[in-house]
Design a binder for this molecule. Structure first.
Ligand SMILES: CC(C)(COP(=O)(O)OP(=O)(O)OC[C@H]1O[C@@H](n2cnc3c(N)ncnc32)[C@H](O)[C@@H]1OP(=O)(O)O)[C@@H](O)C(=O)NCCC(=O)NCCS
Length: 332
């Protein structure tokens, strides 16, 4: 039975406590859904927190009314786990869905909250996911628009710090360093098809990272040496081709190799991905002969998942052979 996934992320100006207070009440959920739909919660559910839901509470049957009036579905609402103020993981069944999972994560950030909704559903009628997916996605986009209007909207930001490094989005002044790295045969030997990047490829890379930052709040950004304030490489998170997985990656200026910097950036990014974003898993890819990069993956506790090609992963270079490593949040 085919399942479907999507996610929505928004940057809000309000602190997580204020967003949680609203989002964990039946009235708050219905405020987000208005005017598209309304959920009729059983009277015993006054908060979407234990003891009303989650823990030992039995699933709560909620009718779903289209435009607030027309009964179209029901939801046997259950929660796997809830950490009040930070996240919940709803695991329900519906009249139309064999399985419905909705994880909401609130990340405290310097200027407010990053709110992430991850939805994973399996329809009862085979093939009907093609119809449901755009409807559910539109409903969640609508909820995020309402949340941004209520709590104030801000651009998503990305900043991960470690003892010696900061990973952050690209600034205009970093261009010279990126051009130098992308033209260096030692750096590019195992990247893509092994050739240096043209000016157009660099521009396309930067445009892609800006789009990813706006949608997901992470990207492959610049690695900055905290002591000098100078960019010395590239690292961060990005979506891996067409796989739906999130990949961690790194390139450093050769003068800085061998000082444990890639592993240090990697450890900070793994913490950010698992503890802040609550991603279920991370992957990394490498040319099978790239011993340095494979060592960094092993240093982070990643395990080999097998050899594949760029084609299988939906990468820009279909014929390159790559080894995939993975790390599960729950295995740490
Ligand atoms: C991959 C890269 C970022 C590693 O950076 P680094 O800062 O030198 O790596 P670290 O110092 O954190 O090393 C981590 C581990 O790998 C080992 N290692 C580093 N370079 C190695 C090499 N060439 N061969 C074997 N092991 C190596 C280190 O000894 C260390 O292991 P240890 O902790 O047991 O001592 C760097 O080599 C690079 O920029 N390469 C070119 C770009 C690239 O190929 N990126 C990956 C694309 S998939």
């Amino acid at each position: 039975m085919r399942s479907h996934r999507f996610e929505c992320t928004s940057g809000l100006v309000a602190p997580p406590e204020a967003v949680w207070e609203h989002a964990s009440s039946p009235a708050g959920v219905n405020w987000e859904l208005r005017p598209l739909a309304r959920m009729v919660f059983p009277r015993r559910v006054t908060r979407l927190e234990p003891p009303d839901v989650g823990g030992d509470a039995r699933p709560a049957r909620c009718w779903l009314l289209l435009f607030g009036v027309l009964p179209v579905d029901w939801d046997d609402l259950g929660f796997d786990a809830i950490e009040p103020g930070r996240w919940f993981h709803e695991r329900s069944t519906m009249l139309s869905q064999r399985a419905w999972e909705h994880e909401r994560v609130l990340v405290a950030e310097e200027r407010g909250t990053r709110l992430i909704d991850r939805v994973h559903f399996t329809p009862r009628v085979p093939g009907s996911g093609i119809l449901y997916r755009p409807i559910f996605e539109q409903i969640f986009r609508h909820r995020h628009r309402r949340l941004r209007r209520r709590f104030g909207s801000r651009a998503l930001s990305f900043r991960v710090e470690s003892e010696r490094l900061v990973v952050r989005p690209w600034h205009h002044d970093d261009l010279a360093v990126l051009r130098r790295l992308a033209a260096d045969a030692r750096v590019m030997r195992y990247v893509g098809d092994g050739s240096p990047w043209t000016v157009a490829q660099i521009a396309e890379f930067l445009a892609r990272q800006a789009t990813a930052l706006a949608a997901d709040g992470f990207c492959l950004g610049a690695v900055v040496d905290r002591a000098s304030g100078e960019p010395i490489g590239l690292s961060g998170l990005q979506r891996l081709g067409s796989t739906g997985e999130i990949e961690i990656g790194w390139w450093l200026s050769p003068e800085r190799w061998g000082a444990g910097l890639a592993a240090e950036a990697g450890r900070a990014l793994v913490r950010f991905a698992f503890e802040s974003l609550r991603l279920p898993r991370l992957v990394a890819i490498s040319h099978p002969d790239n011993a340095a990069s494979i060592h960094v993956m092993e240093r982070l506790g990643m395990e080999p998942l097998g050899l594949t090609t760029g084609r299988e992963l939906g990468l820009r270079h279909p014929d390159v052979e790559v080894i995939v490593y993975g790390l599960e949040r729950e295995s740490r």
